[in-house]
Design a protein around this ligand. Structure first.
Ligand SMILES: C[S@@+](CC[C@H](N)C(=O)[O-])C[C@H]1O[C@@H](n2cnc3c(N)ncnc32)[C@H](O)[C@@H]1O
Length: 194
């Protein structure tokens, strides 16, 4: 019996359910959670019940590693410590979940653009990109432009209201002065048609 975090009341759970409802998720065998944590890993294990899930975290990010190890018990989950911007993922994946990891690129010394390019280089059929609309480190116009230029197909784009907004305290990262409330999530379901 798998041990997962109960995510059923969380907006993140609803987002993944709504956005993937037309996909044959039962048939997915390999999923990557690019920028993982106990919430996204639990949701991936829940909505892709026949898939193995590679949960990628930045090397040494114990904020994420310890809860993943302690809160989840599943032989379908593999925790991988790897810098996405410095790793060639050789596997072919059915699905890549990108759950609030783009906004953290700078924290680990990468630019948003570099992190996004490397994520989109992962060999996955579908991507679900979820991030906080108000986060100044996430450039949604850039995302859309890049996907268009590189021939990815946006199957669905939707903005979700966050029923439980959090206040992100004032910090300065690189050129960004961050202080925002997570009032909405911007979400893209993307198909790799190459
Ligand atoms: C805000 S957390 C994501 C939350 C997570 N999806 C959840 O549901 O709990 C950001 C994640 O991105 C990862 N991350 C950020 N930059 C990364 C990089 N360059 N390579 C690998 N992981 C990265 C962090 O280690 C962390 O796991």
């Amino acid at each position: 019996m798998e041990k997962l975090v109960n995510t059923s009341k969380l907006i993140h759970d609803k987002i993944v359910r709504v956005m993937t409802k037309r996909l044959k998720t039962n048939e997915f065998k390999k999923v990557i959670d690019a920028g993982s944590g106990k919430i996204s890993a639990s949701i991936a294990l829940k909505y892709f019940p026949n898939a193995k899930v590679d949960a990628v975290i930045f090397p040494g990010d114990n904020r994420k590693k310890n809860p993943l190890q302690n809160a989840i018990g599943s032989d379908r989950l593999e925790i991988m410590e790897a810098d996405i911007c410095n790793t060639n993922f050789r596997k072919q994946y059915d699905f890549c979940l990108v759950h609030c990891s783009l906004g953290e690129a700078l924290r680990w010394g990468n630019s948003f653009e570099n992190m996004f390019h490397h994520i989109m280089d992962i060999k996955a059929k579908y991507f679900l990109i979820i991030d906080i609309f108000e986060d100044p480190c996430v450039h949604f116009r850039y995302i859309e432009q890049y996907l268009k230029e590189k021939g990815f197909k946006i199957l669905k784009k939707k903005k979700f209201k966050n029923p439980t907004p959090e206040h992100y305290p004032k910090v300065k990262i690189d050129k960004y002065k961050l202080e925002f409330d997570s009032k909405h999530y911007m979400v893209y379901l993307v198909q790799n048609i190459s």
